[in-house]
Design a binder for this molecule. Structure first.
Ligand code: NAD
Length: 268
């Protein structure tokens, strides 16, 4: 905490207003230019423009599938065939989705040396598909699968989905490598995410309602260690009033693309 305060003062941020300010891509470009270590935390919202609705939204999966019956690890172990009905629908959605300009803009920021890494709550693999390299998968990745008995890993392409549930040659049940309700965050991802959050001096929180624990502790951890918090969302969230320094309202694709354009122009 003491280190965090020192870091804010050192960078002349202590005198900044403690209340949230509305901002635009020009302000964000300036913040990115001045930051030493920038991290991004992304959520379902960044992939909405790729055709994947947020689970809670009007067209989301949780409107039709009760998450406790379809996304809890115990439900999967008790009745995998039932849970696979929802998983197949998710798989179809993800198979058709492609990265959108927001994913590409973050990949470009990383290439430009302006973004250290992305912590994503998404399981859709779209950051990686867009070319981002340092992606911490906080909730796993639905394009990978794992045998619950022998821990063998499988790529999506290696499996035949015409007969589900899927079983490994050892007899074990195969599960998508995603964090179900009732499961822990993978320890390596958890450690890497909090390390990055505590090391960054600028965190971009993009397209997440910040309602899911423990991912929503990450902006708080960053803030406690002195980071400036920038939120990009269609609407204010749990974080906005208490933790956000700069709020950019609108679709992530337009805001991030324009920010990259501004940075590129200035650099050129
Ligand atoms: P959430 O559904 O709780 O919140 C999504 C947020 O994104 C909302 O605040 C919404 O206002 C905002 N948003 C919507 N469209 C946007 C856009 N174009 N630009 C910017 N913001 C936009 O999502 P969450 O906080 O990520 O939590 C949901 C959980 O479900 C996560 O754990 C995530 O793993 C999982 N999930 C993943 C995917 C995916 O992999 N694509 C999709 C749905 C849900």
């Amino acid at each position: 905490m003491a280190f965090g305060c020192a870091k804010r003062q050192q960078r002349g941020l202590a005198e900044q207003t403690p209340t949230m300010q509305h901002a635009d891509p020009a302000v964000l470009a300036g913040l990115l230019r001045g930051a030493q270590v920038t991290a991004a935390l992304t959520g379902a919202g960044i992939s909405v423009e790729s055709g994947i609705p947020s689970f809670r939204g009007a067209h989301g999966l949780w409107q039709r599938y009760n998450p406790m019956e379809y996304a809890h690890i115990q439900a999967f172990l008790d009745n995998p065939a039932k849970v696979w009905v929802m998983l197949r629908e998710l798989d179809d959605l993800l198979s058709q989705a492609r990265p959108n300009p927001a994913h590409y803009a973050l990949a470009e920021l990383e290439r430009m040396g302006k973004l250290k890494g992305i912590i994503t709550q998404n399981v859709d693999n779209l950051h990686q598909a867009a070319g981002s390299r340092n992606v911490i998968e906080f909730h796993g990745n639905a394009r990978r699968f794992v045998c619950l008995r022998c821990r063998r890993a499988f790529d999506h392409a290696a499996l035949d989905f015409s007969h589900v549930p899927l079983y490994c040659s050892c007899g074990g049940l195969i599960k998508p490598d995603i964090v179900f309700f009732g499961e822990e965050i993978p320890p390596a991802a958890n450690r890497a995410a909090f390390d990055l959050a505590e090391a960054c001096d600028l965190m971009l929180v993009i397209g997440t309602s910040a309602a899911v624990m423990p991912a929503n502790f990450l902006p708080k951890a960053a803030k406690n260690h002195g980071a400036v918090i920038v939120e990009i969302n269609l609407e204010p969230t749990e974080l906005t009033r208490r933790f956000t320094d700069y709020f950019l309202e609108g679709p992530a694709s337009g805001i991030l693309s324009e920010t990259v354009t501004l940075l590129t122009r200035k650099a050129g």
